[in-house]
Ligand binder design. Structure first.
Ligand code: SF4
Ligand code: SF4
Length: 189
């Protein structure tokens, strides 16, 4: 995603200058009390052109994209778009807090998995995420974390060892290409 230059009126395609700091987004956010800065403070940083500072906040990785903030905003600011753009910025500029690097790793593994298969292959996702995570920090406990949950999840039909690929993966490739502004790759592997 292309991020609008620092200090511009628009950011991530939304009119950030329209935010008048009423705080309604924060008042409705289910995670605001867990965040290092609240959503409206995050948007104020962006308004002030402090995009990198905003992208370093842990709050953007706690957001679960529930869209409550967007729905409550009286100024029609696309709050979630802003947070998404900040995540992209943080990933591209490698400025996420060290303790949150695994979240980025998971997001990348998740998207790569969808790009390849057209839908999630859970086993492949876990394999890729755990392998890359281990290579990143050589943490054995994290490598093994949640392993014992697998049988219970399988019993409840929440975890599957196999998964069929989507039939029209070229369409998936085109969706990714449109979102990322790149050329579609043939989804044939
Ligand atoms: S609800 Fe909208 S206008 Fe109010 S602080 Fe949040 S983003 Fe700004
Ligand atoms: S989308 Fe994110 S920031 Fe907005 S209310 Fe939901 S959790 Fe909070």
């Amino acid at each position: 995603m292309e991020v609008t230059p620092v200090g511009a009126d628009k950011f991530a395609g939304t009119s950030i200058e329209n935010c008048y700091q009423c705080g309604k987004c924060t008042a409705g956010c289910p995670l605001a009390d867990q965040m290092d800065v609240t959503p409206n403070q995050l948007f104020r940083l962006v308004q002030l052109g402090e995009v990198e500072k905003a992208a370093r906040c842990g709050a953007i990785w706690l957001c679960v994209s529930c869209f409550t903030c967007t729905g409550r905003c009286p100024q029609s600011v696309e709050c979630v778009e802003i947070i998404d753009a900040l995540r992209e910025y943080a990933a591209e500029h490698d400025c996420a807090p060290p303790d949150l690097q695994r979240i980025i790793l998971f997001q990348k593994a998740f998207l790569d998995n969808i790009r390849r298969n057209g839908r999630i292959n859970e086993l492949e996702l876990i394999r890729d995420f755990k392998t890359k995570g281990f290579l990143q920090d050589l943490s054995l406990p994290l490598l093994m974390k949640d392993a014992l949950l697998a049988p219970k999840l399988m019993q409840r039909g929440k975890f599957h060892l196999t998964s069929e690929k989507a039939k029209d993966r070229e369409l998936v490739g085109r969706i990714f290409a449109r979102c990322t502004g790149t050329h579609a790759e043939g989804a044939t592997s």
